[in-house]
Structure formats: structure tokens, C-alpha cells
Write a protein that binds this ligand. Structure first.
Ligand code: PMV
Length: 321
């Protein structure tokens, strides 16, 4: 039996604008993971997702089923003519439709477990897993930037820009650890729909949206500098500025704005929505001193869960509260 896992993720700066070539910054959420387990079967390939109450045969799966797509891609990429009989069980601690990269993590974990089960662990570099996961992300997202699959497969904080022929992927130094609270509005939102709606708005008013996207790109670049210099207050200010631009894109919501304002009023250095928006999670930059007050305020304002994550140099520690 083979098991493999992959983490969730948060976007610190630059969501949506990253789809249009601007840089963005994201980090893994190491403690919230998706796990895939592959066990030998008696006949055929069985896909089991207990969280979703679903079990199906690969040969009967819908063309658009993401798990089945991951398997078919893994089959082509490994050159295996026929899968051996096996049962693949996928579980995840990452809430779905919440901006935490659940789809990418499930895909990456499944690819890792299946490819190792097929005896081709040698193929499983982060770049290879990321590239295959990206193909499946297209089913989830339509036009994904590639940031989710990158962070999930490399499992480290990255400065990312979508580029041809190769994406720009750069780890960066974190001079002063960043303590973040990740709070869930409890409102489900589908990345594909939000990304599509932003595209429609961009098509209707390209000048305005290009200006907003460039503002996000400038913020991500400035944030990277501030992170490398340990200018924590400046990072907080840039989070507020990024949130304002996301509001202009119409991807915030009453619940997200409420939690962002609450965090700010309770002493956070800055706060913003994270991920596709219109629901899902927000993040707040705190210190050891302000963490407890901000967490309590977030819960009092309707947050369903509040996680603490500390981003240090290429490592992320996480504690559930
Ligand atoms: O909500 P999530 O975790 O799927 O993040 C989406 C990030 C976007 O920038 C909105 C889309 C993308 O592909 O980068």
C-alpha cells in the first residue's frame, strides 16, 4: 500500500492579477493536507472519496472528473499501457471551495501515490508533479495561473509569475517570520466561477482592469522586498492595499470585508481576502502580542475556523486553534 500527501495553500499577495501575468506570493499550509492511498485491487481501478461519499470505477468516470483526469494523465506520462487492479482512496482536511487550494492538493497527492505505486517514484520531482497537477487544474479553474499547483507541489513559499515558455518560480528570504491568522467565512465559492467573472469584467473594461492588475503586481513586488527586509508593518499596509484592489475587482464579499475590518480594528497589521474570493478565507498579519485578541475578534465576527500559520524562511509551521 502506498500513501502520499500534499498541503493546502494561502495566497499572500496577487490573486486574480496572477492569471494576467502579474507576480504573486503564496505559501503552503503544511498542516492541512490531502492524502491519497493506493492499495492493490482484484479487478479494475476503483476511485474512492469517503469525504464526498463517492466511489466509482475509472472506466465509468465522467470525462471532466478531476480525479479520473489525474489518473489518465499519470497513465500517459508514465507510459503504462494498462493500470494494474487498484483502489485509490482520497481524503482531505482542506475545506473545499474555500480558497485554500484543495483541488490542487488532492490532485498532487493522487499523482504522487499512483505514480509511486506504478514503480516510477523516480519521476516525482516537484516540477513534474506541478506540471501534471496544472493540467488537472484547468478542469477546476478554466484558466489557472499555475500558482496553486506550484506551491502545493514544491511545498514552499514562492514568488510566482505566469510566463512563457516557463513560469517564473522563485523562493524568497523571510527576514522576519510572518505570523498569520487564516479565518474561514464558511461561505463556499467556486474559483472557476469567480475567475470567469473577473475575465468578463476585464473584457468589458480592459483598461480599468489592467490598471487594477498592475496595482496588484506592484504590491506583490513591494511585498516581496518588504518580506526580504523584515518590514512587517509595511507588509500589513500592502495587505490592506491589495484587499482594496480585490474589492474593486468585486471579488470580496460582505463576510470577507467584515472579517478584514474586524482584524484591522482588533490590532492586526493588515488583512485581506486570500484565494479566489466571494467567500472562503481571509488572512490577517498579527504579532505574538495581538494574535489572541485578533483571533477572538474574528470568531466574534462570525469566522468558522481560525488557523495560525507562521511563514519563516521556506518553512511554514501551523497550529489549529
Ligand atoms: O481560490 P483558490 O485557492 O483556487 O485560488 C485561486 C487563485 C486565483 O488567482 C484566483 C486563480 C489562479 O489560478 O491563480
Amino acid at each position: 500500500m502506498i500513501s502520499a500527501s500534499a498541503p493546502g495553500k494561502i495566497i499572500l499577495f496577487g490573486e486574480h492579477a496572477v492569471v494576467y501575468g502579474r507576480p504573486a506570493i503564496a505559501a503552503p499550509l503544511a498542516q492541512l493536507r490531502a492524502t491519497a492511498t493506493v492499495a492493490p485491487g482484484e479487478s479494475g481501478v476503483r476511485l474512492v472519496a469517503p469525504d464526498l461519499d463517492s466511489a466509482q470505477w475509472l472506466h465509468e468516470a465522467d470525462q471532466n472528473d478531476a480525479l479520473a483526469a489525474a489518473l489518465r494523465l499519470a497513465q500517459t506520462a508514465t507510459g503504462i499501457r494498462q493500470f494494474p487492479p487498484m483502489t485509490i482512496t482520497v481524503t482531505s482536511q482542506i475545506p473545499v471551495a474555500s480558497g485554500l487550494g484543495s483541488g490542487a492538493a488532492i490532485t498532487a497527492a493522487t499523482i504522487r501515490a499512483v505514480v509511486e505505486f506504478l514503480g516510477r517514484a523516480d519521476l516525482l520531482t516537484p516540477a513534474w508533479v506541478s506540471a501534471l497537477t496544472y493540467e488537472v487544474e484547468k478542469i477546476h479553474h478554466g484558466t489557472p495561473s499555475g500558482i496553486d499547483n506550484t506551491v502545493v507541489a514544491y511545498e514552499m513559499p514562492v514568488y510566482f509569475a505566469r510566463q512563457q515558455p516557463h513560469n517564473h518560480i522563485e523562493p524568497f528570504a523571510v527576514a522576519h517570520p510572518l505570523r498569520l491568522l487564516v479565518a474561514d467565512t464558511g461561505v463556499h465559492s467556486h474559483t472557476r466561477d469567480v475567475v470567469l467573472d473577473v475575465r468578463r469584467q476585464w473584457e468589458a473594461d480592459p483598461d480599468r482592469f489592467e490598471t487594477i492588475f498592475s496595482g496588484c503586481g506592484d504590491i506583490a513586488q513591494a511585498a516581496r522586498h518588504a518580506i526580504e527586509m523584515g518590514q512587517v508593518a509595511e507588509i500589513g499596509r500592502l495587505m490592506q492595499a491589495n484587499h482594496e484592489l480585490l474589492v474593486q475587482m468585486t471579488v470580496s464579499s460582505v463576510e470577507l470585508d467584515n472579517l478584514v475590518r474586524t482584524a484591522w480594528q482588533a490590532g492586526a497589521l493588515g488583512a485581506k481576502l486570500s484565494g479566489a474570493g466571494r467567500g472562503g478565507n481571509m488572512i490577517a498579519l498579527v504579532t505574538k502580542e495581538t494574535e489572541t485578541a485578533v483571533r477572538h475578534a474574528l470568531f466574534a465576527s462570525g469566522a468558522r475556523t481560525v488557523l495560525t500559520t507562521v511563514i519563516a524562511h521556506n518553512t511554514v509551521r501551523l497550529a489549529q486553534s
